[in-house]
Design a protein around this ligand. Structure first.
Ligand code: GTP
Ligand code: MG
Length: 200
């Protein structure tokens, strides 16, 4: 499961401009600012392979990264960010149809969920949509380092509540992994999970 090299391949603004779908592929999906680009850097252990920002709306194109010359990680723009400039905003309905439904090589969507906030309707809707369309998904809870030991709600509470709500709308229990790109939590587990799915 070791990552030896990672190469940026291209940015595409439409699914049909993406590289040929001839290699296993994982797509980062989730709300703006949830940590999709950070998770890529965390997995490949490089600071700036994917560009990140404190401000939501940083990633605006479909970015393909080739790992070990054999499989792709795809960084996507986030959803749920209303303030992106109209010109830069992705048309999600055509995007979802064009990419998620037709990408033969898509092994799993990594659906990123911010563990530092209570369950968000938009994430539940997204999981529901993927489930109804039989698109395999893995829940990747991000920012698990936040609020550790503090008073009030903790990441564990938010994750438990999210799973409970998923059980009410979806008959499957997608695999799930807790991560933090700050502490390194979950890196080995996620890499192993991805390698098992690739070889399946
Ligand atoms: P868009 O490209 O706008 O869709 O956002 P994104 O999902 O790619 O988020 P990005 O990786 O740019 O990260 C957003 C912010 O969250 C940055 O300030 C990151 O440093 C921070 N962040 C990401 N992962 C973690 C994490 O595990 N823990 C903490 N504490 N902060 C994180
Ligand atoms: Mg991003």
């Amino acid at each position: 499961a070791k990552i030896k090299e990672v190469d940026f391949v291209k940015s595409s603004n439409r699914p049909k401009d993406c590289p040929k779908d001839d290699r296993p592929e994982f797509a980062m999906l989730g709300r703006s600012n949830v940590g999709k680009s950070s998770l890529i850097n965390f997995l490949v252990r490089k600071r700036d392979v994917a560009l990140t920002s404190k401000k939501p709306g940083k990633t605006q194109l479909i970015n393909h990264f080739l790992v070990n010359k054999s499989w792709y990680i795809v960084d996507l723009p986030g959803y749920g960010f209303a303030n992106a400039p109209e010109s830069a905003r992705m048309d999600w309905s055509s995007f979802t149809k064009g990419y998620f439904m037709n990408r033969e090589s898509l092994v799993s969507v990594l659906l990123l969920i911010d563990a530092s906030v209570p369950p968000q309707k938009i994430d539940l809707d997204c999981a529901n949509w993927l489930g109804r369309n039989n698109i395999p998904m893995t829940f990747v809870f991000t920012k698990c380092d936040k609020m550790k030991g503090g008073k009030g709600r903790r990441p564990d509470d938010n994750i438990r509540d999210f799973q409970e709500l998923i059980r009410q709308i979806y008959w499957q229990h997608p695999p799930w992994i807790m991560t933090s790109s700050v502490t390194g939590l979950g890196r080995d587990e996620l890499l192993l999970h991805m390698s098992q799915l690739r070889n399946y």
